[in-house]
Design a protein around this ligand. Structure first.
Ligand SMILES: [Zn+2]
Length: 378
């Protein structure tokens, strides 16, 4: 989860990029860590970051897949927060894709950015810091700071586009959604090509990976889906289709891709366009008690609607949670016991919520149909 501003994404912070984004990279040697990759070469390399209490090294495993033809160099990264597993599975699955044989440009993939946190199944580093607050880091700083610094220099700086995969926190799943930075028009075009149900222009947090990418002028998408510790098949499919859509948009798969598994029924229908929401806000528990939601992820709320209740565990009283604006539920609490002020529904604002809800349902059923027909290219 890109823990942000749980109140609202209404006032995006604008950070001026320092360099213009490169469209293509030269077809020279790509050096990452102690390995060199020529066009057409693939492999993986482990970059040494530091060591842990048990003397075990902290490394970062980087997969490189270089196409024979020139093109952009996209970075796919996950588990910057160690308990957000869904992205690891998306990146890992994508690396098995047969589409990669037709690649123009390069794919650089880091399934687990934050190994110490991943091993601990924790969002945080061993010193309890959030890696997504220590960027750009320093080579002589804390372990997280060194990790951020090495990652930026050895990997990120060599790429032209980024998709970074995250998940909601425990018991707080997110509808698949894209976050992109204010004024980043290249990222907005990527977000449309990704075709997640929802995309939101959100605040850039100081010290985040996104801020460093933005300062380097590298278009960056953040994919949020599901919750920590869990993987959901629909969230994985949406992520895989999103990567493919973005790479097609960037011209990395210029040829028409033939159906990979002959004999299987082809799923008809084009997934609906992404709904771009101007802002989001949280509906909070008006008091402590037992929380019962009446709407779920992807569903519409209208202004004044009772979205759920909080009930007195010792009595009969129930307090309504009333939607303040029209919108779509993009995040929800699965915790039945809440304190006053706890986030219950994360709502993306829209003035045509029912239409958006229908489009989200259509999106989901097309993903499910692909799943059933097993027609995807991975
Ligand atoms: Zn995260």
């Amino acid at each position: 989860m890109e823990k942000a501003d749980q109140s609202s994404s209404r006032k995006p912070r604008r950070v001026k990029p320092t360099v213009a984004p490169p469209a293509h990279v030269p077809r020279s040697v790509l050096r990452i860590g102690d390995r060199e990759f020529l066009p057409g070469e693939s492999g993986k390399v482990e970059i040494k970051i530091g060591s842990l209490i048990d003397y075990q090294p902290v490394t970062m495993t980087v997969h490189v897949h270089r196409g024979k033809q020139p093109g952009p160099r996209i970075l796919l990264s996950a588990a910057l927060h160690g308990d957000e597993i869904v992205g690891v599975e998306i990146v890992r699955s994508f690396l098995r894709s047969r589409l990669l044989s037709r690649l123009h440009g390069d794919v650089v993939a880091v399934p687990v950015v934050n190994l110490p946190a991943f091993l601990a199944r924790s969002r945080y580093l061993p010193d309890r810091r959030d890696l997504n607050r220590v960027f750009p880091g320093s080579t002589n700083g804390s372990l997280g700071s060194r990790l951020a610094s090495v990652y930026l220099q050895e990997v990120v700086a060599k790429c032209t586009h980024i998709i970074d995969f995250h998940a909601g926190s425990v018991n707080q799943p997110n509808l698949p959604q894209i976050r992109f930075s204010p004024g980043d028009t290249a990222a907005l075009a990527m977000a449309r090509a990704f075709r997640a149900p929802v995309a939101i222009e959100t605040t850039i947090r100081a010290g985040s990976f996104r801020e460093s990418a933005y300062r380097k002028g590298i278009p960056y998408l953040l994919y949020e889906a599901g919750e920590a510790h869990r993987v959901d098949q629909a969230d994985i499919r949406c992520g895989l289709q999103g990567i493919t859509g973005v790479m097609r948009h960037l011209g990395m798969f210029p040829e028409e891709v033939r159906h990979p598994r002959k004999g299987k029924a082809k799923v008809k229908g084009k997934r609906p366009e992404t709904f771009i929401s101007p802002s989001t806000s949280w509906l909070r528990a008006p008091r402590g008690g037992i929380f019962r939601p009446f709407v779920d992820l992807g569903e519409a709320v209208t202004k004044g609607m009772v979205a759920g209740i909080v009930a007195d565990p010792f009595g009969q009283h129930e307090t309504d949670i009333i939607a303040r604006t029209e919108g779509i539920v993009i995040g929800i609490s699965r915790k039945a016991a809440v304190d006053e002020g706890d986030g219950t529904f994360h709502v993306a604002q829209t003035t045509h919520a029912v239409t958006v809800q229908e489009s989200i349902q259509e999106n989901r059923s097309l993903i499910d149909a692909e799943e059933a027909a097993d027609t995807a290219a991975w």
